[in-house]
Design a protein around this ligand. Structure first.
Ligand SMILES: CC(C)(COP(=O)(O)OP(=O)(O)OC[C@H]1O[C@@H](n2cnc3c(N)ncnc32)[C@H](O)[C@@H]1OP(=O)(O)O)[C@@H](O)C(=O)NCCC(=O)NCCS
Length: 173
């Protein structure tokens, strides 16, 4: 049987399924309060992967800016795929669709904090010069990744300014 899923902007009834998805994908971490706070932000792009009406994956991108710069930027995170459906292309599908939408609206660069060996598959490069809202542990320097969407090859510079849910030191250490 062919495996297929649909990607779409998150629907209200999928928000009710977020605790189940995030609890399964992150058993040792409670990301649901962050996800729910971000979903209430107008600056957020939220994409769901569904099989029928069942939420099996979710990606959030938060639009922000860099202090002293005019370019528009966005931060990817969190990203979750239900363990029963991992390694089927859902994560990369969600990232690719969101990047295409952000590129179309003129976002110049996207940041992510995560495993470089996964995110390099979607075009991210390690060790961004962009300054995180709060200091990162030194051992995470490579995990702070960047990708230009506007054709440039140069990492931007400046401190990342994001909506309130991200402006908490504990999310960055
Ligand atoms: C990480 C995650 C989003 C990947 O989603 P996915 O739908 O399984 O990923 P894809 O199917 O698009 O890609 C799968 C490939 O990535 C690889 N991969 C998955 N996680 C990886 C990691 N942390 N490091 C390196 N490679 C990884 C898989 O081995 C697989 O490789 P293969 O195609 O050569 O077999 C998913 O595994 C997940 O939700 N994990 C738990 C939560 C998490 O860690 N989220 C990301 C941090 S915010």
């Amino acid at each position: 049987m062919t495996f297929s899923f649909n990607l779409r902007e998150t629907q209200p009834d999928e928000i009710l399924q977020m605790p189940g998805l995030y609890g399964a994908a992150f058993p040792n971490e409670d990301l649901v309060p962050l996800v729910e706070a971000l979903l209430a932000e107008p600056a957020v792009l939220s994409l769901s992967a569904v099989i029928g009406e069942t939420l099996v994956g979710h990606a959030l991108f938060t639009r922000g800016r860099l202090e002293g710069a005019t370019e528009r930027v966005a931060l990817l995170g969190p990203l979750a795929v239900h363990p029963e459906h991992q390694r089927k292309g859902i994560g990369q599908g969600l990232i690719g669709e969101c990047l295409a939408r952000l590129q179309a609206e003129g976002v110049a660069q996207v940041q992510v904090l995560g495993d470089p060996s996964y995110y390099c598959r979607s075009g991210f490069r390690p060790a961004s010069r962009v300054v995180t809202p709060y200091p990162l542990p030194a051992e995470w320097a490579e995990a702070w990744q960047w990708q230009r969407l506007d054709g440039s090859e140069t990492d931007l510079d400046g401190r990342l300014i994001l909506p309130a849910p991200w402006m908490r030191a504990e999310l960055w250490r």
